[in-house]
Design a binder for this molecule. Structure first.
Ligand SMILES: NC(=O)c1ccc[n+]([C@@H]2O[C@H](COP(=O)([O-])OP(=O)(O)OC[C@H]3O[C@@H](n4cnc5c(N)ncnc54)[C@H](O)[C@@H]3O)[C@@H](O)[C@H]2O)c1
Length: 359
């Protein structure tokens, strides 16, 4: 029987609660689909500071590197606010992404049927089922370019630069093509090629690579148009690939279409399919320890882990289908409304319901 090694970083706040539910779902899915998982816990964030004095212990990096994939809850909380900037929980998160060479950030925006009313978009704009994926370059571009501030002729100035090397563009575009091949075969590359040299290089590399991916239909779109199209006709998109800066903005816009922060999964991928999977929300200290958190974003992160790092697409489908069915009968407080036809449940109950629906 195939065995996969998963590093499990529960983190802080609601992190342990939501990861525990996701692990339940993962173990049941493994049993149903005929593979095994070995789970190795490791410390990250505030929990790591409390135990070891630093947010990212070497031991955690070693555990992650020895695994096939990493599942993370969330880090941070007010009890660590007095830590110096270099030793805050969030530093652990940036550090682990860097240490593992995770250059591709994947954020799906999916609307589950029962939650259509939670979307800020009108139902007729959403159209049929909405399921798009933003692939954002994560370790290059303007966030990592040269920058400076100073004073000249009596006034202050500042500048930032965007630089992309060909290999940085090729590897993220390759990831996006592979995602499109596993999905509906459509790729939109987003840039500002009418103004920026980096965008013109990006566009020409996408066109060159398209020849090696004949089953994927490619189109280019300027970032300003894409921002508009996402709220005008989001159903036109399958996979969107873009630079660090544009991806930062567009992935937030796209994720809000689906309405609730407790539902949104993400992946950060490196080479050979290795990846770290986490909900996009934080550690929610305001509800930590109360069994109120919505575990579905973390459960859906497990589905991404199975699909993208372990190539267990059928297992991923089972989880996504179980989540859709669970929503028809139960909601945690963040997605519950009077008269929605589903009962209000705790974090643990939601985990149990999804687990029972994996078949
Ligand atoms: N990737 C991460 O680990 C990550 C991301 C963002 C913020 N943070 C950290 O998390 C801490 C809290 O940050 P914040 O309050 O700005 O953002 P947050 O995402 O933790 O919470 C924002 C709001 O959403 C709610 N919420 C979040 N996740 C939920 C869930 N699964 N179910 C139900 N409700 C949920 C919270 O209760 C809160 O009201 C900070 O220390 C911040 O630095 C960590």
């Amino acid at each position: 029987m195939k065995t996969y090694r998963i590093a499990v970083l529960r983190g802080d706040g609601i992190g342990p609660e939501i990861v525990n539910e996701a692990v339940k779902v993962l173990e049941k899915t493994a049993a149903v689909c005929g593979f095994e998982v070995t789970l190795t816990p490791a410390l990250l964030g505030g929990a790591a500071i409390d135990e070891t004095g630093v947010p990212l212990p070497e031991e955690t990096i070693a555990v992650c590197k020895a695994s096939d994939a990493v599942l993370l809850g969330a880090v941070g909380g007010p009890q660590w606010d007095s830590q110096p900037g270099s030793n805050r929980p969030e530093k652990g998160l940036l550090g682990i992404r860097k240490a593992l060479g995770l250059y591709a950030n994947l954020r799906p925006a999916v609307i589950f049927g029962p939650l259509r009313a939670a979307s800020p978009l009108k139902s007729e704009i959403i159209g049929g089922d909405l399921d798009l994926l933003v692939v954002r370059e994560l370790t290059g571009g303007i966030y990592f370019g040269e920058r400076s501030t100073g004073t000249e002729n009596g006034e202050r100035f500042a500048w930032d630069t965007e630089r992309y090397a060909e290999h940085e563009i090729r590897r993220i575009v390759q990831t996006a093509f592979e995602m499109a091949e596993k999905r509906r075969g459509r790729l939109t590359s987003v840039d500002k090629a009418n103004v920026l040299d980096t965008s013109r290089l990006w566009r020409s590399i996408v066109d060159e690579m398209a020849k090696d991916h004949p089953t994927v239909m490619v189109n280019h779109m300027y970032v300003d148009n894409c921002a508009m199209q996402l709220v005008r006709n989001p159903g036109q998109f399958d996979v969107i690939v873009t630079s660090n800066l544009f991806g930062d903005i567009l992935s937030d816009e796209a994720s809000m279409i689906s309405g609730s922060i407790g539902m949104l999964a993400s992946a950060s991928l490196g080479d050979s399919g290795f990846g770290l999977y986490e909900p996009i929300h934080g550690s929610a200290p305001d509800i930590a320890g109360q069994n109120k958190a919505n575990p579905l974003a973390t459960i859906l992160s497990v589905a991404m882990l199975l699909r993208y790092s372990l190539n267990e697409a059928a297992a991923a489908d089972r989880i996504e289908q179980a989540v859709a069915k669970a929503l028809a009968q139960a909601r945690t407080a963040d997605i519950y409304t009077e008269g929605c036809g589903a009962k209000l449940v705790t974090c643990t109950e939601m985990g149990d319901i999804v687990t029972a629906l994996i078949e």
